[in-house]
Design a protein around this ligand. Sequence first.
Ligand code: SAM
Length: 287
Amino acid sequence: MTDSNSASLYVVATPIGNLEDLSPRAARLLGEVALVAAEDTRHTARLLRHLGLAVPMLSLHEHNEAARVEQLDARLVAGESIALVSDAGTPLISDPGFVLVRELRARGRRIVPVPGPCALVAALSAAGLPTDRFLFQGFLPAKGAARRGRLEALVAREETLVFYESPHRIRATLADLGATLGERRVVLARELTKTFETFLEGPAAALLARLAEDPDQARGEFVVMVAGAEAQAPGEAAEVEGEALLAALLGEGVGVKQAAAVVARTLGGAKKGWYARAQALKDQASR
Ligand code: SAM
Protein backbone atom coordinates (compact mmCIF):
# COMPACT_ATOMS: atom_id res chain seq x y z
CA MET A 1 0.00 0.00 0.00
CA THR A 2 1.15 3.52 -0.72
CA ASP A 3 0.28 6.39 1.65
CA SER A 4 -3.12 6.90 0.01
CA ASN A 5 -5.35 5.42 -2.64
CA SER A 6 -4.76 8.08 -5.26
CA ALA A 7 -1.64 7.97 -7.41
CA SER A 8 0.88 10.49 -6.13
CA LEU A 9 4.20 12.05 -6.91
CA TYR A 10 6.29 11.51 -3.77
CA VAL A 11 9.13 14.01 -3.45
CA VAL A 12 11.55 11.87 -1.49
CA ALA A 13 14.59 13.18 0.40
CA THR A 14 17.57 10.82 0.33
CA PRO A 15 20.82 10.82 2.37
CA ILE A 16 23.52 13.48 1.89
CA GLY A 17 26.22 10.99 2.89
CA ASN A 18 25.11 8.69 5.67
CA LEU A 19 22.74 6.00 4.39
CA GLU A 20 21.24 5.60 7.87
CA ASP A 21 19.58 8.97 7.34
CA LEU A 22 17.06 7.54 4.87
CA SER A 23 13.73 7.49 6.69
CA PRO A 24 11.77 4.23 6.99
CA ARG A 25 8.89 5.94 5.17
CA ALA A 26 11.16 6.93 2.28
CA ALA A 27 12.51 3.36 2.05
CA ARG A 28 8.99 1.92 2.08
CA LEU A 29 7.70 4.29 -0.60
CA LEU A 30 10.69 3.66 -2.86
CA GLY A 31 9.70 -0.01 -2.79
CA GLU A 32 6.02 0.67 -3.43
CA VAL A 33 6.01 3.13 -6.33
CA ALA A 34 5.76 2.04 -9.96
CA LEU A 35 8.62 4.30 -11.02
CA VAL A 36 11.49 6.29 -9.56
CA ALA A 37 12.32 9.52 -11.42
CA ALA A 38 15.98 10.12 -10.58
CA GLU A 39 18.44 12.94 -11.29
CA ASP A 40 21.08 10.30 -12.14
CA THR A 41 19.81 6.75 -12.47
CA ARG A 42 23.26 5.20 -11.92
CA HIS A 43 23.62 7.08 -8.65
CA THR A 44 20.13 6.14 -7.43
CA ALA A 45 20.66 2.51 -8.57
CA ARG A 46 23.27 2.25 -5.81
CA LEU A 47 20.78 3.42 -3.18
CA LEU A 48 18.08 1.05 -4.45
CA ARG A 49 20.57 -1.86 -4.47
CA HIS A 50 21.49 -1.02 -0.90
CA LEU A 51 17.79 -1.26 -0.01
CA GLY A 52 17.42 -4.52 -1.95
CA LEU A 53 14.92 -2.93 -4.34
CA ALA A 54 14.52 -3.38 -8.09
CA VAL A 55 12.24 -0.51 -9.16
CA PRO A 56 12.07 0.85 -12.73
CA MET A 57 13.83 4.21 -13.05
CA LEU A 58 13.66 7.15 -15.41
CA SER A 59 16.14 10.01 -15.55
CA LEU A 60 14.89 13.48 -14.71
CA HIS A 61 17.50 16.21 -14.80
CA GLU A 62 17.69 19.89 -15.70
CA HIS A 63 18.06 19.17 -19.44
CA ASN A 64 15.03 16.87 -19.86
CA GLU A 65 12.77 17.89 -16.99
CA ALA A 66 10.27 19.90 -19.06
CA ALA A 67 10.09 17.14 -21.68
CA ARG A 68 9.35 14.51 -19.02
CA VAL A 69 6.23 16.23 -17.65
CA GLU A 70 3.73 14.65 -20.10
CA GLN A 71 5.20 11.20 -19.72
CA LEU A 72 5.16 11.27 -15.93
CA ASP A 73 1.71 12.86 -15.79
CA ALA A 74 0.35 10.08 -18.01
CA ARG A 75 1.66 7.52 -15.52
CA LEU A 76 -0.05 9.33 -12.62
CA VAL A 77 -3.31 9.58 -14.56
CA ALA A 78 -3.06 5.83 -15.21
CA GLY A 79 -2.97 5.33 -11.44
CA GLU A 80 0.75 4.73 -10.94
CA SER A 81 2.62 6.49 -8.15
CA ILE A 82 6.07 7.93 -8.77
CA ALA A 83 8.95 8.83 -6.45
CA LEU A 84 11.10 11.83 -7.37
CA VAL A 85 14.64 11.70 -5.98
CA SER A 86 17.84 13.64 -6.58
CA ASP A 87 21.43 12.49 -6.09
CA ALA A 88 21.44 13.65 -2.48
CA GLY A 89 19.18 15.44 -0.06
CA THR A 90 15.86 17.04 -0.85
CA PRO A 91 14.81 17.31 -4.52
CA LEU A 92 14.20 20.89 -5.80
CA ILE A 93 16.68 22.34 -3.27
CA SER A 94 19.44 23.32 -5.74
CA ASP A 95 18.36 20.17 -7.56
CA PRO A 96 15.93 19.26 -10.38
CA GLY A 97 12.20 18.87 -9.84
CA PHE A 98 10.77 22.39 -9.68
CA VAL A 99 9.35 22.38 -13.23
CA LEU A 100 7.79 18.94 -12.76
CA VAL A 101 6.22 19.83 -9.41
CA ARG A 102 4.93 23.18 -10.67
CA GLU A 103 3.35 21.63 -13.76
CA LEU A 104 1.80 18.66 -11.97
CA ARG A 105 0.44 20.86 -9.20
CA ALA A 106 -1.11 23.14 -11.82
CA ARG A 107 -2.90 20.06 -13.17
CA GLY A 108 -4.22 19.20 -9.72
CA ARG A 109 -2.15 16.05 -9.20
CA ARG A 110 -1.35 14.86 -5.69
CA ILE A 111 2.18 15.82 -4.66
CA VAL A 112 3.44 14.49 -1.35
CA PRO A 113 6.66 15.59 0.37
CA VAL A 114 8.61 12.86 2.11
CA PRO A 115 10.99 14.98 4.21
CA GLY A 116 14.48 14.04 5.25
CA PRO A 117 18.08 15.15 4.77
CA CYS A 118 18.86 18.59 3.41
CA ALA A 119 22.40 19.96 3.62
CA LEU A 120 21.39 23.55 4.41
CA VAL A 121 19.14 22.55 7.30
CA ALA A 122 21.72 20.09 8.69
CA ALA A 123 24.42 22.78 8.49
CA LEU A 124 22.31 25.48 10.15
CA SER A 125 21.17 23.11 12.88
CA ALA A 126 24.76 22.69 14.15
CA ALA A 127 26.51 25.95 13.20
CA GLY A 128 25.57 28.16 16.15
CA LEU A 129 24.53 31.08 13.94
CA PRO A 130 21.04 32.61 14.29
CA THR A 131 18.42 30.44 12.59
CA ASP A 132 15.30 32.51 13.30
CA ARG A 133 15.77 34.19 9.93
CA PHE A 134 18.11 32.99 7.21
CA LEU A 135 18.56 33.66 3.52
CA PHE A 136 19.43 30.66 1.38
CA GLN A 137 21.18 31.68 -1.82
CA GLY A 138 22.02 28.27 -3.34
CA PHE A 139 25.22 28.38 -5.39
CA LEU A 140 26.90 31.73 -5.99
CA PRO A 141 27.68 32.59 -9.64
CA ALA A 142 30.79 30.85 -11.00
CA LYS A 143 32.34 34.02 -12.46
CA GLY A 144 34.18 36.32 -10.06
CA ALA A 145 32.53 39.62 -11.04
CA ALA A 146 29.01 38.16 -10.87
CA ARG A 147 29.81 36.44 -7.57
CA ARG A 148 31.08 39.66 -5.97
CA GLY A 149 28.06 41.53 -7.35
CA ARG A 150 25.70 39.03 -5.70
CA LEU A 151 27.58 39.32 -2.38
CA GLU A 152 27.59 43.12 -2.51
CA ALA A 153 23.81 43.04 -2.91
CA LEU A 154 23.62 41.06 0.36
CA VAL A 155 25.84 43.32 2.49
CA ALA A 156 22.96 44.96 4.41
CA ARG A 157 20.90 41.78 4.95
CA GLU A 158 20.52 41.00 8.63
CA GLU A 159 19.58 37.32 8.16
CA THR A 160 22.17 34.54 8.37
CA LEU A 161 23.36 33.96 4.80
CA VAL A 162 23.60 30.38 3.54
CA PHE A 163 25.33 29.19 0.34
CA TYR A 164 26.17 25.88 -1.27
CA GLU A 165 29.70 25.57 -2.61
CA SER A 166 31.88 23.07 -4.42
CA PRO A 167 35.53 22.28 -3.65
CA HIS A 168 36.59 23.93 -6.94
CA ARG A 169 35.39 27.33 -5.87
CA ILE A 170 35.53 27.33 -2.09
CA ARG A 171 38.75 29.37 -1.96
CA ALA A 172 37.53 31.96 -4.48
CA THR A 173 34.25 32.27 -2.59
CA LEU A 174 36.01 32.75 0.76
CA ALA A 175 38.23 35.42 -0.79
CA ASP A 176 35.20 37.26 -2.17
CA LEU A 177 33.33 36.90 1.13
CA GLY A 178 36.28 38.53 2.91
CA ALA A 179 36.42 41.34 0.34
CA THR A 180 32.70 42.13 0.47
CA LEU A 181 31.51 41.18 3.98
CA GLY A 182 34.77 41.76 5.89
CA GLU A 183 35.34 40.35 9.36
CA ARG A 184 31.98 38.68 9.88
CA ARG A 185 31.80 35.21 11.36
CA VAL A 186 31.73 32.51 8.67
CA VAL A 187 30.96 28.84 9.42
CA LEU A 188 32.05 26.23 6.89
CA ALA A 189 30.21 22.92 7.20
CA ARG A 190 32.07 20.27 5.19
CA GLU A 191 31.17 16.68 4.35
CA LEU A 192 28.07 16.62 6.57
CA THR A 193 27.07 13.19 7.87
CA LYS A 194 30.22 11.66 6.30
CA THR A 195 33.47 10.37 7.81
CA PHE A 196 35.32 13.70 7.48
CA GLU A 197 32.52 15.97 8.63
CA THR A 198 34.11 19.22 9.82
CA PHE A 199 32.89 22.59 11.04
CA LEU A 200 35.40 25.46 10.75
CA GLU A 201 34.61 29.00 11.80
CA GLY A 202 36.17 32.44 11.79
CA PRO A 203 36.45 35.44 9.49
CA ALA A 204 36.71 34.48 5.80
CA ALA A 205 40.40 35.47 5.61
CA ALA A 206 41.29 33.20 8.54
CA LEU A 207 39.41 30.29 6.97
CA LEU A 208 41.21 30.87 3.69
CA ALA A 209 44.54 30.70 5.55
CA ARG A 210 43.38 27.50 7.26
CA LEU A 211 42.59 25.88 3.88
CA ALA A 212 46.00 26.93 2.55
CA GLU A 213 47.68 25.27 5.56
CA ASP A 214 45.64 22.07 5.25
CA PRO A 215 44.43 21.43 1.68
CA ASP A 216 42.34 18.45 2.91
CA GLN A 217 40.01 21.07 4.40
CA ALA A 218 39.22 22.25 0.86
CA ARG A 219 37.99 18.81 -0.27
CA GLY A 220 34.42 17.60 -0.37
CA GLU A 221 31.08 19.39 -0.23
CA PHE A 222 30.42 22.61 1.63
CA VAL A 223 27.67 24.67 3.12
CA VAL A 224 28.95 28.20 3.77
CA MET A 225 27.11 30.25 6.38
CA VAL A 226 27.77 33.91 7.18
CA ALA A 227 26.50 36.02 10.08
CA GLY A 228 23.99 38.64 8.93
CA ALA A 229 24.72 42.38 9.11
CA GLU A 230 24.43 44.07 12.50
CA ALA A 231 21.11 45.91 12.82
CA GLN A 232 21.84 49.55 11.92
CA ALA A 233 21.12 52.23 14.49
CA PRO A 234 18.50 54.52 12.95
CA GLY A 235 19.63 57.97 11.78
CA GLU A 236 18.24 61.17 13.33
CA ALA A 237 15.50 61.63 10.72
CA ALA A 238 14.42 58.00 11.15
CA GLU A 239 14.33 58.52 14.94
CA VAL A 240 11.85 61.38 14.61
CA GLU A 241 9.79 59.54 12.00
CA GLY A 242 9.90 56.35 14.08
CA GLU A 243 8.65 58.08 17.23
CA ALA A 244 5.79 59.67 15.27
CA LEU A 245 4.87 56.31 13.75
CA LEU A 246 5.05 54.61 17.14
CA ALA A 247 2.81 57.29 18.69
CA ALA A 248 0.30 56.87 15.84
CA LEU A 249 0.26 53.09 16.14
CA LEU A 250 -0.09 53.17 19.93
CA GLY A 251 -2.87 55.75 19.51
CA GLU A 252 -4.69 53.27 17.26
CA GLY A 253 -4.50 50.68 20.04
CA VAL A 254 -1.67 48.62 18.54
CA GLY A 255 0.37 46.83 21.24
CA VAL A 256 3.90 47.96 22.20
CA LYS A 257 5.55 44.84 20.78
CA GLN A 258 3.70 44.93 17.51
CA ALA A 259 4.24 48.68 17.05
CA ALA A 260 8.00 48.21 17.61
CA ALA A 261 8.06 45.38 15.05
CA VAL A 262 6.21 47.49 12.45
CA VAL A 263 8.58 50.45 12.90
CA ALA A 264 11.70 48.24 12.80
CA ARG A 265 10.43 46.65 9.59
CA THR A 266 9.53 49.97 8.02
CA LEU A 267 12.48 52.14 9.08
CA GLY A 268 15.14 49.63 10.09
CA GLY A 269 16.98 49.61 13.40
CA ALA A 270 16.78 47.08 16.23
CA LYS A 271 13.33 45.97 17.38
CA LYS A 272 14.58 46.12 20.98
CA GLY A 273 15.38 49.85 20.67
CA TRP A 274 11.98 50.67 19.16
CA TYR A 275 10.31 48.56 21.85
CA ALA A 276 11.94 50.62 24.61
CA ARG A 277 10.79 53.86 22.94
CA ALA A 278 7.26 52.55 22.44
CA GLN A 279 7.10 51.52 26.10
CA ALA A 280 8.32 54.99 27.17
CA LEU A 281 5.68 56.66 24.97
CA LYS A 282 2.97 54.45 26.45
CA ASP A 283 4.12 55.20 30.01
CA GLN A 284 4.15 58.93 29.25
CA ALA A 285 0.63 58.78 27.81
CA SER A 286 -0.74 56.96 30.85
CA ARG A 287 0.72 59.48 33.36
N1 SAM B 1 19.34 18.81 -2.68
C1 SAM B 1 20.51 18.87 -1.84
C2 SAM B 1 20.09 19.21 -0.42
O1 SAM B 1 18.94 18.97 -0.06
O2 SAM B 1 20.90 19.70 0.34
C3 SAM B 1 21.55 19.81 -2.40
C4 SAM B 1 22.03 19.46 -3.78
S1 SAM B 1 23.23 20.54 -4.45
C5 SAM B 1 23.34 20.01 -6.10
C6 SAM B 1 24.72 19.92 -3.82
C7 SAM B 1 25.38 20.88 -2.83
O3 SAM B 1 24.76 20.71 -1.56
C8 SAM B 1 26.86 20.61 -2.59
O4 SAM B 1 27.67 21.27 -3.56
C9 SAM B 1 27.05 21.19 -1.21
O5 SAM B 1 27.15 22.59 -1.28
C10 SAM B 1 25.73 20.82 -0.54
N2 SAM B 1 25.86 19.50 0.10
C11 SAM B 1 25.27 18.35 -0.27
N3 SAM B 1 25.66 17.35 0.55
C12 SAM B 1 26.50 17.89 1.45
C13 SAM B 1 27.23 17.38 2.55
N4 SAM B 1 27.18 16.09 2.87
N5 SAM B 1 27.99 18.23 3.27
C14 SAM B 1 28.07 19.53 2.96
N6 SAM B 1 27.40 20.08 1.92
C15 SAM B 1 26.63 19.27 1.17
